[in-house]
Design a protein around this ligand. Structure first.
Ligand code: AOF
Ligand code: ZN
Length: 356
């Protein structure tokens, strides 16, 4: 199954909006075939794995490992479950169930009814994590939501500015800015609040990274945004919501087939997503700069820190929403608080602190 996951990732560029899937055929204790889903609309992982087998007489004595439940429906390609039955594979090990409504257990049932021994749930967490965007889209009816902000080391995302004549505080370094553009290129849509669209006047493009521009989105309840904002210019598409209702926006994005949304600010909009529990991960960059006062960074209660990197003196944390009742191993996850680096001068003195 680990090999399936490895293979699946090879489809990262071509598979979406389909899931990334890998498949391995094992007989006599060795791999006799393997494949992955390369391209949306193209053959599925199982088809490619079967096509790669040279010792075809071993197929009816083999075990098929596949990271996602084989499909049972006619989509752009015929059902993999039927192919598996036709090839007389006696045993199938499935990483995780496909929650896409037209499959969702039907592939497993079809194979079982044909007398195939089916094992479900091997490296299930890893398999679900790999296709978290796909599963959130189909399972929760909304895109996977990534929050992104940069803060000063004392927890402010900007100075207080009354108008757009004062440029926003640059908290990213030139290099971490490039990383943000890479993140944009990997998102299908990007959303900013009214004030951010107006005051920061961002272009929301991926000009520092090769890759497609996301659909640029903002909110304008009172029709006050000028038409000459940068985000309405250039070649990349844009759309303005007349509502700030997070669920309405997310349902609309689901209707548009958008699986990934990046929310880039400002603090009010980010906090709305956090308070509504409609977010999945956050990328928080903490700059070595101290602002002293300004617009406070969003506050997250109860989150996991997935990773922390130090780049050019900037801390980049990837944080995950903690789901109800969720237990994670503290070996790979650390509880996370929004403001991790209090300003030195205000740092609380530990009780009984030693004096040197
Ligand atoms: C599999 N193996 O490798 C993949 C699966 O339009 P289609 O025919 O390509 O079907 C797309 C759906 O099939 C997709 O939404 C997901 O449920 C499943 N993807 N299934 O058995 C694969 N990529
Ligand atoms: Zn399939």
């Amino acid at each position: 199954m680990r090999r399936c996951l490895q293979l699946a990732r090879c489809g990262a560029a071509g598979a979406p909006p389909n899931p990334m899937v890998g498949a391995v055929l094992v007989a006599e204790g060795r791999i006799i075939g393997e494949g992955y889903h390369r391209q949306c609309g193209g053959p599925h992982a199982e088809v490619n794995a079967l096509a790669s087998v040279r010792e075809r007489d071993l197929i009816p004595r083999s075990t098929l490992y596949v990271s996602l439940e084989p499909c049972a429906h006619y989509g752009k390609t015929p059902p993999c479950a039927d192919l598996i039955i036709r090839e007389r594979i006696p045993r199938v090990v499935v990483g995780c169930r496909d929650t896409f409504a037209r499959v969702n257990g039907l592939g497993i049932r079809k194979m079982q009814e044909a007398g195939i021994e089916v094992v479900v749930g091997v490296l299930e967490q890893e398999c679900r994590w790999l296709n978290r965007r796909f599963f959130t889209f189909h399972g929760e009816g909304r895109p996977w939501v990534t929050l992104k902000w940069a803060q000063s080391r004392d927890g402010f995302i900007d100075r207080r500015r009354a108008d757009a004549s004062v440029p926003p505080e640059m908290l990213s370094s030139p290099f971490t800015q490039v990383l943000v553009h890479r993140l944009r290129a990997r998102s299908q849509a990007i959303l900013v609040g009214t004030r951010t669209a107006f005051l920061d006047n961002p272009s929301l493009t991926t000009r520092l990274w090769p890759g497609p521009n996301p659909l640029r989105l903002t909110i304008d309840r009172h029709g006050m945004l000028p038409a000459d904002l940068r985000m309405f210019g250039g070649d990349a598409p844009w759309h303005v919501y007349p509502t700030g209702d997070v669920d309405e926006i997310l349902s609309d994005l689901h209707r548009r087939g958008i699986q990934t949304l990046l929310v880039e600010g400002g603090a009010t909009l980010l906090q709305t997503f956090i308070d509504a529990g409609r977010w999945d991960e956050a990328r928080v960059e903490t700059s070595p700069v101290t602002l002293g006062t300004g617009v406070a960074a969003p506050q997250i209660e109860g989150a996991w820190m997935r990773s922390r990197q130090l780049i050019d003196g900037h801390t980049i944390d990837w944080v995950e929403r903690r789901r109800e009742g969720e237990v994670k191993s503290l070996y790979s996850f650390t509880p996370w608080r929004s403001t991790l680096l209090p300003p030195m001068e205000h740092a609380p003195q530990a009780d009984g602190a030693r004096s040197s």
